[in-house]
Design a binder for this molecule. Structure first.
Ligand SMILES: C[S@@+](CC[C@H](N)C(=O)[O-])C[C@H]1O[C@@H](n2cnc3c(N)ncnc32)[C@H](O)[C@@H]1O
Length: 165
């Protein structure tokens, strides 16, 4: 597969998982978290497909398209090691959907940060809340969510918090 095909498939998988995740949490309440703003593509898409949701973005260094930058009240600016603990204090057990896209080319670092994020998920997600991630963020009490049909296993990851959160 060419690198172009690979990028296209990754973005299609990302879009399909976001769409499915938003549908799964449609009847829940609570905010949505976007971990890693990047150039703002997925944040912008979430805004579009999850209208009415309050979305908080976590980013250590904002460099997105100007149209895709949240207002200050919806931006946790800084490293996740500082902002996730603060978010738990504010949103414990309330978050209905988290999209995490913080991967780099460094697989060892990706696995480390995925484990770090996973440690916060039981405290952040509401019962039935969903995490969608480019890395495997399995967490205590997580139920795997079957990926959309056109997304191959391992390309993206989805888990749901159990009924007790
Ligand atoms: C791959 S990009 C996100 C792309 C985005 N989903 C999009 O569609 O445009 C990853 C982003 O995560 C941010 N990031 C990575 N590690 C972080 C950390 N430990 N704390 C805060 N932000 C982090 C990077 O600065 C980068 O902007």
């Amino acid at each position: 597969m060419s690198r172009l095909d690979s990028v296209i498939r990754r973005l299609q998988a990302q879009r399909a998982c976001l769409q499915y995740g938003v549908e799964l949490v449609r009847e829940l309440s609570g905010p949505v978290f976007e971990l890693g703003l990047g150039n703002g593509r997925t944040y912008d898409h979430l805004r579009e497909i999850c209208s009415g949701c309050e979305i908080f973005v976590f980013e250590r260094s904002v460099a997105a398209h100007p149209d895709c930058i949240p207002d200050d009240a919806h931006l946790f600016l800084g490293d996740l090691s500082e902002t996730l603990p603060a978010a738990v204090e504010r949103f414990r057990g309330q978050v209905r959907l988290i999209h995490s896209d913080i991967g780099t080319g460094d697989q060892a670092r990706n696995a480390e940060i995925a484990r770090y994020i996973a440690g916060f998920l039981p405290d952040l997600l509401c019962p039935g809340g969903i995490i969608i991630s480019d890395q495997d963020t399995v967490f205590a009490g997580a139920e795997p969510v079957a990926l959309p049909d056109d997304v191959r296993s391992g390309r993206y990851f989805m888990y749901r918090a159990g009924p007790t959160g």
